[in-house]
Design a protein around this ligand. Structure first.
Ligand code: AMP
Ligand code: GLY
Length: 419
């Protein structure tokens, strides 16, 4: 018996479980804690992702588990992979000393500056008075960022001095993001198109996946607050072979090299959030994990067995396998709860009509109770379709979104319209 344990509970984890379920080498998938959709393909285990003692015990007690995949940022940053490895278990994901590339913006900016990796100019502040002095005299717009993990909310684009000072006060004095905002980064505002490049990295070899674009704002035409992501598509025409080549040589390979030189070898999925500016591609952020909802449009295009890739990353043999992708386009439309990304209700019953066979509904915040499905988070579902081009995939995704309903449901209607 060969089982895999996936840690996490969102749309990304549902997609990872779905892709692993296609592997003939796996008999069983466990997901901890999982969600309503995941429970259809995996055994969900009611343990929290930060409850490391219980997680390690669970793996100790299940000899059938040959690999644990740690998907979310928090347990990676807090060292779950290290804990599993110390007990002799195989785990996919970076150790804490490498996950810091996402967990601390101060670290990632330091790394890029030291190794000449293109990114926005910045200043770092631990002292509120110094930040105030800088913000009073700075050029606007600029971006104020909390150093630590803040659920994607710790980035404030400030158009005026008042907004800049407010952001610094919220983070450094009023501790809106708790300890994550004790240190802040003040960054130059970059103008350009954003694209996400996820990559598999075994510490020596790095293999970029097909590109994807996220739609971070809550409403159509990029209006409203920043969210975890309201929809994605892959591939994007703006990411030409020429751009890909520039990114590989100026950003991707130098980052792997920089992490090795710092003694922080990165193994897992390294995510490059890029801005294509007039001066070339620059890094907006690194993530130490699969993106959500980028994963929902990237993994459906993967032809190679994901379990083989995960093992190659753990074993450091990524150079030995050929990773293949299909030529289809993929679009994912996120259906969210009314009010998201601010407060929203949970527990609304979800009805799903007759979904087309080739459309996948990835669950993000759902719960199955007595055979019925209920909302259990801000982002609820990711309706994902493939087609010969983005237009066809988009039409299919939206046709099926209309077959799903729950009280307060909303979604963007423009996913996949931009290039
Ligand atoms: P992050 O969490 O760092 O990816 O930031 C969230 C979003 O804020 C990004 O996807 C960008 O849209 C925007 N953003 C962050 N940093 C900058 C920057 N320096 N210039 C312009 N936009 C930015
Ligand atoms: N979709 C952006 C992220 O996963 O951080």
């Amino acid at each position: 018996m060969n089982s895999v344990l996936v840690i996490g509970s969102g749309g990304r984890e549902h997609t990872i479980c779905w892709a692993l379920a296609k592997s003939k080498k796996i008999d069983k998938i466990y997901c901890l804690p999982g969600n309503g959709g995941i429970s259809e393909i995996a055994e969900c285990v009611d343990i929290g992702v930060m409850d490391f003692d219980k997680i390690v015990d669970f793996v100790d007690n299940h000899k059938d588990i040959t690999l644990t995949v740690v998907a979310p940022d928090d347990p990676l940053a807090a060292g779950l992979v290290d804990r599993l490895e110390e007990r002799g278990h195989r785990a996919f994901g970076p150790r804490a000393n490498a996950a810091i590339i996402e967990g601390s913006k101060a670290f990632s900016k330091y790394l890029m500056k030291k190794y000449g990796i293109p990114t926005a100019d910045y200043e770092e502040f631990n002292d509120y008075e110094k930040a105030v002095e800088y913000l009073k005299n700075a050029k606007y717009p600029l971006v104020v960022k909390a150093d630590g993990l803040a659920l994607g909310k710790g980035v404030i684009i400030c158009n005026t001095k008042e907004e800049g000072l407010q952001a610094a006060k919220d983070m450094m004095i009023d501790a809106k993001f708790k300890d994550a905002g004790k240190t802040v980064i003040v960054e130059e505002f970059m103008v350009g198109q954003e694209v996400s490049i996820l990559s598999f990295c075994d510490g020596k070899t790095i293999v970029p996946m097909v590109n994807a674009r996220d739609h971070k704002r809550a409403y159509d035409n990029d209006q409203g607050l920043n969210t975890g992501g309201m929809g994605t598509f892959s591939p994007s025409a703006i990411y030409t072979d020429e751009v890909a080549d520039e990114v590989l040589h100026k950003i991707i390979l130098p980052t792997v090299d920089a992490m090795n030189k710092e003694g922080r070898t990165f193994k897992g999925v390294l995510y490059f959030g890029l801005m294509l500016t007039d001066e070339g591609a620059k890094v907006v952020e690194y993530n130490a994990r699969f993106g959500d909802p980028e994963t929902q449009v990237v993994l459906p295009r993967l032809k190679t067995d994901l379990y083989d890739i995960f093992n190659a990353v753990v074993d450091g043999t990524l150079d030995k396998i050929n990773i293949e992708w299909n030529d289809l386009a993929c679009v994912c439309v996120v259906m969210a709860s009314g009010g998201y990304p601010e407060s929203y209700k949970k527990g609304m019953e979800i009805t799903i009509g007759d979904i087309d066979k080739d459309v996948i509904v990835f669950h993000a915040g759902t719960k199955l109770k007595d055979g019925k499905l209920y909302t259990n988070g801000g982002r609820v579902l990711g309706v994902t379709a493939m087609g010969k081009d983005i237009h066809e995939a988009r039409e299919k995704a939206y046709k099926n979104v209309k077959k799903i309903s729950f009280d307060g449901a909303f979604y963007r209607t423009d996913i996949g319209i931009k290039k």
